[in-house]
Design a protein around this ligand. Structure first.
Ligand code: GDP
Length: 422
């Protein structure tokens, strides 16, 4: 009995992730420079209530671009992790550089993601750099949702952008929205899963979302596209195929579950659209992140080695600590070491082993980065992404672990295909 309105009810996870793990999403926003990643990140933080003042890229007040050099150069050089809450879920956004010169840093951020939103420009479609980042994400087995941005721009064309995804990137695009209006007149989308319209009203960027029935003039087109979506999903997903054959259609619940499975197995890519700049399409994107992308409990245990022996660490708060430092930055707060905790629990004051250097370090403070604020927490556990104060020598890429259970983490392997319809 899956929800029939998938974009308002948190989806259940295929493997029934334990405890709070299931409500965490560690995701990256992957994009070609200029596709709108910074703007989208800002709008996400705004939609999730994490920031009250909307940052604008052009006035240098954005929250994710911490580094002044980065603001000056107008490109996102340094990855930063930032958190917010959406529908009872914690979203940790790991910013990945879109510039080709920072491929190593992209690789490192991809290691700590469980899923990603790939942003495309609705005018340009797939660009060379979006293609290379996409391939990197493939290598790391990162499940993705595609967001075709800038639908308000002159020349924006969702169908053409989807055609370029189909032609140039591997998994089949599964388009779950039909835009309402073109270019300047882009005001909403028909959600093809729930078969209802979402319309954004108000002045530019104000973006209040309102649910409405599908506009009569779009009913036929929406019906046709829903059918295409069902056919594409049935072709890829055995459970959906069976229902499609016996019922002649797919119920919204089946469609949601199948889209989730296909996203997580990497066999399909859900495509949504909008305009980050005008704040249109952000809420349904966040709903899709929660519904389709995996939680830390949905991905396989991380692997590591020590003294030549392979080890696995489950995403279990009670297991020995295993964390990966993926970013070290100097800020007003001091040296911050961003870590992804894969296994175990890290408490303030703990001593951890930097296995590569063979040195122990003491964790003075643990911070959650909530938009532009750092919130000190007494502990953090498997699945979390936090910043540590007090780590003096560990570099990005270092494994930090419990001194009694040493290991060096390997890049996480691709998720197993999960094919099930509840
Ligand atoms: P990034 O390089 O991917 O981080 O891209 P930015 O977020 O900095 O955006 C690049 C430019 O595109 C900026 O001038 C934004 O104002 C503009 N932009 C971003 N999103 C949209 C959108 O939805 N519509 C339009 N028309 N412009 C946008």
């Amino acid at each position: 009995d899956l929800p029939t309105t998938p974009f308002t009810t948190p989806a259940r996870t295929a493997r029934g992730a334990a405890g709070t793990l299931g409500t965490v999403r560690n995701l990256g926003i992957l994009a070609h420079v200029d596709a709108g990643k910074t703007t989208l990140t800002e709008r996400i933080l705004y939609a999730a209530g994490a920031t009250h003042k909307r940052g604008e890229v052009h006035d240098g007040t954005t929250v994710t671009d911490f580094d002044p050099q980065e603001r000056d150069r107008g490109i996102t050089i340094f990855a930063a992790a930032v958190g917010c809450d959406w529908q009872g879920h914690r979203l940790n956004l790991i910013d990945t550089p879109g510039h080709i010169d920072f491929a190593d840093e992209v690789e490192r951020s991809l290691r700590v993601l469980d899923g990603a939103v790939a942003v495309f420009d609705a005018v340009a479609g797939v660009e060379p750099q979006s293609e290379s980042v996409w391939r990197q994400a493939d290598r790391h087995g990162v499940p993705r949702i595609a967001f075709v941005n800038k639908l308000d721009r002159a020349g924006a064309d969702l169908d053409a952008a989807v055609a370029s995804i189909r032609a140039r990137l591997h998994p089949a695009p599964l388009v779950v929205q039909l835009p309402i209006g073109h270019e300047e007149g882009f005001t909403g989308v028909v959600d093809l899963v729930a078969m209802r319209a979402l319309v954004w009203s108000g002045a530019e960027g104000a973006g209040e979302a309102e649910q409405r029935p599908v506009p009569p003039e779009l009913a036929e087109e929406a019906g046709r596209r829903r059918r295409l979506l069902e056919e594409a999903v049935a072709e890829l997903h055995p459970g959906a195929f069976e229902e499609f054959c016996t019922q002649g259609r797919l119920a919204a619940g089946t469609l949601t579950a199948a889209l989730r499975d296909l996203t997580r197995s990497g066999d399909g890519v859900v495509v949504l659209c909008g305009s980050a700049y005008r704040n249109r399409g952000v809420e349904p994107l966040l709903d899709a992140v929660v519904a389709y992308l995996p939680s830390p409990g949905d991905v396989p245990p991380v692997r590591g080695t020590f003294d030549g022996a392979q080890q696995e660490r489950p995403a279990d708060p009670a297991a020995p600590l295993a964390a990966l430092a993926f970013k070290v930055t100097a800020t007003a707060t001091g040296r911050l070491t961003f870590v992804r905790i894969y296994s175990g629990t890290l408490r303030k004051g703990d001593t951890v082993l930097d296995t590569g250097r063979g040195r122990t370090e003491r964790v003075a403070r643990i911070l959650r980065v909530q938009a532009d604020r750092h919130i000190e927490v007494p502990q953090a556990a498997a699945g979390d992404i936090v910043a540590l104060v007090g780590i003096k020598g560990a570099r990005a890429g270092a494994t930090l672990c419990a001194p009694h259970a040493p290991l060096v983490l390997e890049p996480p392997v691709a998720a197993d295909p999960v094919v099930s319809v509840a």
